[in-house]
Design a protein around this ligand. Structure first.
Ligand SMILES: [Zn+2]
Length: 267
């Protein structure tokens, strides 16, 4: 017996039609030339079905085709996790899936609950700090998308011109983040400014590794870029301490001060 219809519906629903790793949409649009939608996502098994396959025998006891053993991925990331099982362990993939589903949930709830972006109870000082933080975070989001594009390109090896363009876009996204980091530094305390710079440095190191093709093929075992999350958490905590808010309130409020809807990946 394969994956049941019910399980597939739950998987696609909770994943919001997006890859749990790179978050790209997994159903393409129809074309103006009459082509139907294309499904570019796979219901990937966390532990393989057959002996010798990636992570075979390490899956959850609930069964191979159970929801717990499945993760929704784009084709590129599916190949990546199956070719690199030492890095993409059952634990890592289970965590990736849980974080992704939480992100989908958060993004949808946020829009449903606060359509107007009300920020009634915050003081005058909060607004410039939160909106500077928000701009910085959005710049990082778009930088991250550029970095992901370079990482994908390393896997599929496009022609040199295309690769050069991707690198240039990555550099531009770094510049935007650098400027946004400066604005945040100017709006907040010295401690927060230092922490923001740390965040920028860590993303830069990830971007450099991606451009130098050190990602995703190397770094078996511990991911040296896991410290990005620690740096981001530290920044949130310091801004929160400065404004008398919790980290999650800073995160939530920063998303609500502007006009655009954010797509924070990590929270
Ligand atoms: Zn993907």
């Amino acid at each position: 017996m394969g994956i049941s219809d019910k399980t597939r519906k739950i998987l696609w629903g909770r994943s919001g039609n997006r890859c749990a790793d790179c978050r790209r949409e997994l159903i393409t649009r129809r074309t103006p030339d009459g082509d139907e939608e294309a499904i570019v996502g796979d219901e990937a098994h966390i532990a393989a079905q057959s002996p010798g396959g990636p992570r075979y025998g390490e899956g959850p006891p609930s069964g191979l085709h159970h929801y717990d053993n499945l993760i929704l991925l784009c084709r590129v990331d599916h190949k990546k996790i199956d070719d690199q099982p030492h890095h993409y362990t059952v634990d890592r993939l289970t965590k990736l899936k849980a974080e992704h589903e939480a992100w989908v949930n958060h993004a949808l709830n946020e829009r449903a609950t606060f359509p107007g972006g009300a920020l009634v109870e915050t003081s005058r000082r909060h607004v410039p700090v939160l909106s500077a933080y928000r701009s910085f975070r959005l710049a990082l989001d778009s930088w991250e998308a550029r970095i992901d594009a370079v990482i994908h390109a390393n896997v599929i090896m496009p022609d040199p011109t295309e690769l050069e363009q991707l690198h240039a876009q990555c550099t531009q996204a770094w510049r935007n983040s650098y400027v946004a980091c400066g604005h945040l530094a100017a709006a907040t305390t010295e401690k927060c400014a230092d922490a923001a710079e740390q965040v920028l440095d860590r993303w830069k190191s990830l971007a450099d590794d991606a451009v130098d093709k050190l990602l995703p093929s190397t770094h078996p075992g511990a991911d040296p870029h896991d410290d990005i999350f620690d740096a981001e958490d530290e920044l949130l905590k310091l801004i929160g301490a400065d404004l008398g808010m919790t980290s999650s309130a800073v995160w939530g409020s920063a998303r609500l001060t502007g006009k655009l809807g954010g797509t924070g990946k990590r929270y």
